[in-house]
Ligand binder design. Sequence first.
Ligand code: SF4
Length: 365
Amino acid sequence: MSTHVSSKPVSMPMPSMPRVRRSREEVEAAAPVHGEKKVLLAAPRGYCAGVDRAVIAVEKALEHYGPPIYVRKQIVHNRHVVETLEERGAIFVEETDEVPEGSLLVFSAHGVSPAVVQSAKDRDLETIDATCPLVTKVHREAVRFAKNGYRILLIGHEGHEEVEGTYGEAPEVTTIVNGPEEVADLVVPEHEKLIWLSQTTLSVDETLETVRLLRERFPHLENPPSDDICYATSNRQHAIKKVAPQADLVLVVGSTNSSNSVRLVEVALEYGAKNAKLVDFAREVDEAWFEGVATVGVSSGASVPEVLVQEVLRLLADYGYGEIEEIVTAEEDIIFSLPKELRPILRAHGDESRALGGRGTKTPK
Ligand code: SF4
């Protein structure tokens, strides 16, 4: 990961938003601040290449096939994105048996187990697989290591869709490890070859600690060929680590079911932010959080469109936090191709640019 840190002033358009709130003067009178008010805006933040690809996949499916398009689980973990796609005709379901036979179903960015793929086939569903390629990479590793006789210690949050999908590739030889606190009581069969894999959106520091503890207990534990925590998760955590020590309050834009957004709040607090909050929308920001706050850090999870961050920045400007400095810790330029199932129809409609890839981002490591 690139370690350079640069900061630059940002000039943001600040149109006023209709909002029933106290005036800046009233807020300041209630919560006097000592020091200059400013915002430190973390970069990279927001949409990653995998989320971008998944959202475009649903948009393109709606455009070319027409509604309804069924999507298993939230396409990405963000309320705004899901609600916007619902308005356009996407129908989100929990399981394949809710989808009428013969319909079109999109698998979300978090991936699915082979059992889910089979159940879609059994219902004669046409499918588009919007699983992030970096999640697919972990699935392939799980299949390969299972085939080669390993027990897989899958570090991740039990019940999270991504973990369910990866686990489902080799359930008989996979053990889920929720975090460092579970290592001491972990029971694995003796004399088995051991490899660890992980969910893509975990805390980098906590995962390293889990691996350290696992290796203490199982010295023969092997490492995967490359990190499973994805570039977007690592980069957003790296950026917030630079912002947090200077921030009285960090606002992370993201949904409560978004693993990488929740991790950003935790990392901000670990790295010195006096307070940190997760909000889906600017309207959820509470005036009471600004008491005595001079510097506000802002970031957003990998499933969050930038428009939601801009709304928070406009709100902060209303409260007198109009000076924005962007703290840049990496440049990203990855682009993922759209799902293969979409490419023929996009080409047939002369939609070549989208057939080749979405807006995207990558990171220097
Ligand atoms: S957060 Fe990482 S793994 Fe998840 S969709 Fe984005 S790039 Fe892919």
